[in-house]
Design a protein around this ligand. Sequence first.
Ligand SMILES: Nc1ncnc2c1ncn2[C@@H]1O[C@H](COP(=O)(O)OP(=O)(O)O)[C@@H](O)[C@H]1O
Ligand SMILES: [Mg+2]
Length: 368
Amino acid sequence: MTRTVGSFSEFSYPNNPLFNYDGAIYTVINDKNLLGSGRAGSVYKAVPDDPSRPSLAVKVVTERRGYDPCLGMCNEAGWNQRIHGIGFSSKKSLSLLMPLVIGENLHDFILNQSTVSDRTVMHYWILLALSVENLHKTHNAVHGDVKMANAMRCVNPGGSETIKLIDFQYTASVGMPAPLAGILPSCCREGGMAPELSDGSITATRAQDYYRLGSTLLCLLKRMSHVSQEVKTSVTKITNGLCWHNVQNRWCIPHAVYELECALTIIPRYPASATFCTLLDSHIDVLAGEMYAATQETIKLKTEKQTALREIQKALLDPRDLRTITQKVASVRKTYPKVTAGFFFLRTKTLLDELLRCEKSSTTRALQ
Ligand SMILES: Nc1ncnc2c1ncn2[C@@H]1O[C@H](COP(=O)(O)OP(=O)(O)O)[C@@H](O)[C@H]1O
Ligand SMILES: [Mg+2]
């Protein structure tokens, strides 16, 4: 957990808040410093009077009829505090102070590319999905408003990229009341919220983020220009998996990511073993996540499944002979007959079947 840093106070300048954060004075509103805008307001860069201090970001919330702007603002400040150690809200100026994320949101980044391949768009969706999975695992939190515009693409000094989630106004711990449920825009498949949120459900679940990822993927698919019928069919299958109306049927993130990676890999449907290991990792973590709500008996089952998957992972990391993977999966299935048992049996079964199928096709190719 990140430590709460610094003190915070605000000077009252209508429409132009000045913040004292940890001893530095931050000037905020200046149109040159506008970083972006969304449904809830505009975000500006907040510049300190002391150049040795880091710049921050301030969201100035817009008042809208029939909606208390403080709810989302306070919630967002709290989550920024929890995740990054900086997050303060001011009811006086309806604004919130948070860390500055240097980069561009994924929605704008993709739009601003003069040429962007469908594959690149899917690549960024995968990165978005994995950062949501990471939020689920690290903070046991549901983001609540997953979309491309709420994720920033940051370029690290070495040139590699990181995706950071922003906009935590609808974020909640798993099992806690979903903030603003019921007053969210009503559900529509493309880009829409999970239907249960407008059907009266008030509890935050990871499955609500799965749905939102599915509806985001559907939006992206509609915009894709050169997509083959084969890829279209596979991606549609994934959006359907993530957007099941019945929450229990919704695919988890590793499953969706895995299917998309396979759909995008043109000839070999065999993902790199490192990718497979990561997916097995996520699968193992999802099992661990589910243990929160599990009974003694299901905990035993899930632990056994985890052990079985770790054994396969070990074999994958040492692929001296691809055929050993088939043998390994067979022997794991024999030792742990319950590896594909339980409520979510399909999830593990798909993973294992796919692994064998991929291996088979790659062995066939190797022989050609
Ligand atoms: N902490 C931040 N650092 C840098 N830019 C940000 C930050 N937060 C938001 N932005 C930019 O402002 C835009 C709108 O912010 P967001 O929090 O999504 O507002 P809204 O709640 O109105 O949707 C984002 O898409 C992003 O471009
Ligand atoms: Mg937003």
